[in-house]
Design a protein around this ligand. Structure first.
Ligand code: ZN
Length: 769
């Protein structure tokens, strides 16, 4: 790999951790060397983009060649979209243009109903005729009628940010540690972490000795290794991360769908139908899309893939009976896979004896099925109910037991299942117990709607379990408390068993950690290129304005590609108003105009400016930020979205309307390619608290008005009710008899829990290990 390419990749990973990669030896860095004028100029440009370098990084920068400073700038510019087109449709859009529905009607009449003959006006480059007296053309950078921009520019503002983000040093050693830490994470990685891990394996390699803690992570590793495999031994090595046929099926399906979990074909097809359905029925392309998806999911494999899977299945160490039992729940998919991969053919070849035995068992269909026995004892489909025997079976599989604990409690009453579960408590992974505790609040509450986030991304409301009605509210509350008690008991037991001798017994817990939920289920699917903040992080608003931005369409040729930035304002009296392309101006919110066609290659932008004093005056409580795809399909892969904030006023160009300043960016995310969502809520502003909570709530709907307000409230509440990292640490401090201190320096090095510490995926997950 070329050095420049390698550096570029490592710089992009480091930047997500608020760091710059310099290949230096940390211990050898001198404090004394003077700052050259090249480094001084570099620091100045960093500052204009909103960054300062920490001392250690500064010392490292003194040692690098000038060309490398340029490479660093390049990586930062890419992450912040500095070279892109940030021109919106309207110039000086802080003053509304006053365009009205009537303007659209008259223009429509002029263009399509022959009214043009009798009118005066201008023909624009897109061919549209704009009658005089309608849209004030001098205010637009493009066609107000069809939303095509004609003017682009690479101008942006700089240096208005009031708060600088500091950048630290990351060496090669740090990046190697980061790689191991991602591999060892016992919680599923989010999209940012997956992207970083892929890059790190690509650049730094994988030697097979590193421990991988999660199935989903092993998919990523296998894919990276397989892409470089040259012979059968390499293939076998790539497959060594798999321990059961289920892993292999998951991998095959991942290759097909790009997702790390198995989603059944029928779900994907119906989701495709939903994405391309249109509110105007003549434009509805739902069934076409469903057909296309069906074709896409047809199983077709080349020789190499067939051989790869044959080698992997043949190398499994698991015994054939057990393997077949694991294959059973997805039997239908396996039958199709075995045929498509021509595994029968391979099983007759010498050297593939184990594969032959596996297929023999599988087709004879005479292996015991655990699930069948369990269903029988639970009385599903037949009358021979035997709860004690069902519990004995469940105890054999702690993970399954944990996942079905609530339902089992409702079926048998809480006492028996809880007793049985306590006996195997030590065998259940902590993160599962934690997710039980988090889920209990909503599960046992019949009042609130539960939100399911199926793997395809869109949010669904599901009704509570009907059996809950057999319990009184007090009993339900008791059930909930029992689960929390169970969780505390399990964690305290685990913390107590930990060896903390050799520390000074003083612990520091950053206050910010009391806002961050311990992440287990709500993985974010966007990629954060500039800083890997955790979902639930609160950002304080400093000035009176918050400016949302969205940039999309980079690298694509000019075409119709309509993405919308909008906000939903929820008022204290319960009503709600939206600001978006359909409503460009509201008290406290102004939109920069709806762009529906993108210019060639450079992308285009939309903004919304929020004024906190005005919002407060009108009685606004929450403002939800959202972006949607109005065009067919999911959100564009090249979409960047975020918000700016500064204690100082932020400029807005009268000439072009450009309002982007990277130094004022508080948070920015990139929508990843595997994102199947139609719309995404990416932040909620609490007007009185002057606080923005970053969260991700996908919804399958074309426009923001269809967003479910109660779903939003429910999600916010769930985020609030969830166990926070800070609380978990408090539990640890109690169990281990540690002393809390407000001074990080005073705390033991191993017990210093800062926000930066929490950004490390496996560090937090280690608390749960
Ligand atoms: Zn036009």
């Amino acid at each position: 790999m070329e050095t420049i390419d390698r550096n570029k990749k490592l710089l992009s990973v480091a930047l997500r951790y608020n760091a710059v990669f310099v290949d230096a030896d940390r211990k050898a860095l001198a404090h004394t060397a003077h700052i050259s004028k090249e480094v001084a100029a570099f620091l100045l440009s960093l500052s204009e983009k909103g960054y300062v370098a920490e001392e250690e990084l500064l010392n490292a920068l003194k040692t690098v060649p000038e060309s490398y400073l340029g490479e660093i700038s390049g990586a930062i510019d890419t992450a912040l979209g500095i070279k892109l087109n940030w021109t919106p449709l309207v110039k000086g859009w802080d003053t509304p243009t006053g365009e009205s529905f009537i303007d659209h009607c008259i223009t429509f009449y002029a263009n399509y109903l022959g009214g043009r003959e009798r009118m005066r006006g201008n023909v624009l480059p897109c061919g549209h005729f704009i009658p005089d007296g309608t849209f004030p053309l001098e205010r637009y950078n493009g066609c107000p009628f069809c939303g095509t921009p004609f003017i682009t520019s690479n101008f942006i503002f700089k240096g208005q940010g009031s708060k600088k983000k500091s950048l630290r040093l990351m060496t090669l050693e740090d990046l190697c540690k980061l790689k191991s830490s991602l591999l060892e994470s016992t919680v599923p990685l989010d999209a940012t972490q997956v992207t970083s891990l892929k890059t790190l394996i690509d650049v730094l390699g994988f030697d097979g000795r590193e421990a991988i803690s999660m199935k989903e992570t092993s998919m990523i590793v296998a894919e990276a290794l397989l892409s470089k495999a040259e012979n059968d031994d390499d293939i076998k090595r790539a497959g060594s991360v798999f321990s059961s046929p289920a892993d292999i099926l998951r991998f095959l399906w991942h290759k097909k769908t790009g997702r790390l979990q198995i989603i059944e074909p029928k779900t994907l097809i119906s989701h495709a139908r939903k994405l391309d359905s249109h509110i105007v029925s003549a434009l509805d392309k739902g069934s076409e899309a469903a057909d296309r998806k069906k074709q896409e999911l047809k199983l077709k494999y080349d020789r190499l893939m067939c051989r790869t899977v044959a080698i992997w299945l043949n190398a499994l160490e698991m015994d054939a009976g057990q393997a077949c039992e694991i294959m059973h729940p997805k039997r239908g998919m396996w039958v199709r896979m075995i045929r498509a991969l021509r595994l029968g053919e391979y099983s007759r070849k010498p050297g593939y004896e184990r594969l032959a035995k596996l297929l023999d068992y599988f087709y004879k269909d005479d292996y015991p099925v655990w699930k069948g026995k369990l269903d029988r004892y639970l009385g599903i489909n037949c009358g021979c109910v035997d709860y004690p025997k069902a519990l004995e079976l469940l105890k054999q599989r702690p993970g399954t037991f944990a996942r079905s604990l609530f339902a089992t409690m409702l079926t048998m009453g809480p006492k028996m299942p809880m007793e049985a579960f306590r006996q195997i408590l030590d065998k259940v992974p902590s993160r599962l117990i934690l997710s039980l505790a988090n889920a209990a609040d909503l599960y046992f509450d019949t009042e609130s709607a539960r939100i399911a986030r199926p793997l395809t991304g869109s949010t669904k409301r599901i009704d509570h379990n009907k059996k809950l009605e057999n319990f009184t509210p007090e009993q339900r509350d008791e059930l909930r408390r029992e689960i929390w008690g169970l969780y505390k008991e399990a964690m305290t037991r685990r913390f107590k068993a930990e060896d903390i001798s050799g520390t000074n017994g003083k612990i520091f817990i950053d206050k910010a950690l009391f806002d961050i939920p311990v992440s287990i289920g709500d993985r974010s699917s966007s990629i954060q290129d500039t800083s890997a903040a955790l979902q639930g992080t609160c950002f304080q608003v400093e000035g009176d304005a918050v400016r949302l931005f969205m940039q999309w369409g980079v690298g694509l040729k000019a075409q119709h590609l309509d993405m919308d930035l909008s906000v939903a304002i929820c008022y204290k009296d319960g009503h709600r108003e939206d600001c978006g392309y359909f409503n460009l101006s509201l008290p406290g919110a102004k939109h920069s105009g709806d762009i529906r066609n993108i210019p060639n290659q450079v992308g285009t932008a939309e903004y919304i400016e929020l004024s906190l004093p005005e919002l407060q005056e009108t009685g606004a409580k929450y403002v939800a930020f959202s972006c949607n795809a109005y065009s067919y399909g999911a959100i564009s892969p090249n979409l960047m979205v975020g918000w700016m904030n500064s204690a100082y006023p932020m400029a807005l160009s009268d000439k072009t309307g450009v309002a982007y300043d990277p130094s004022t960016v508080q948070h920015i995310v990139r929508i990843s390619e595997s994102n199947l969502d139609k719309g995404l809520i990416f932040g909620v502003l609490d007007v009185d608290e002057r606080q923005i909570t970053w969260l991700e709530m996908p919804f399958t709907s074309q426009v923001v008005t269809k967003m479910d307000t109660s779903a939003l409230g429910s999600l916010l509440r769930r985020l609030k009710n969830k166990l926070k990292v800070g609380e978990l640490l408090q539990l640890k401090a109690q169990a281990q008899g540690l002393t809390l201190t407000d001074n990080p320096e005073e705390a033991d090095e191993k017990l210093r829990y800062t926000y930066t510490w929490a950004l490390d995926a496996s560090a937090v997950s280690k608390l749960l290990a």
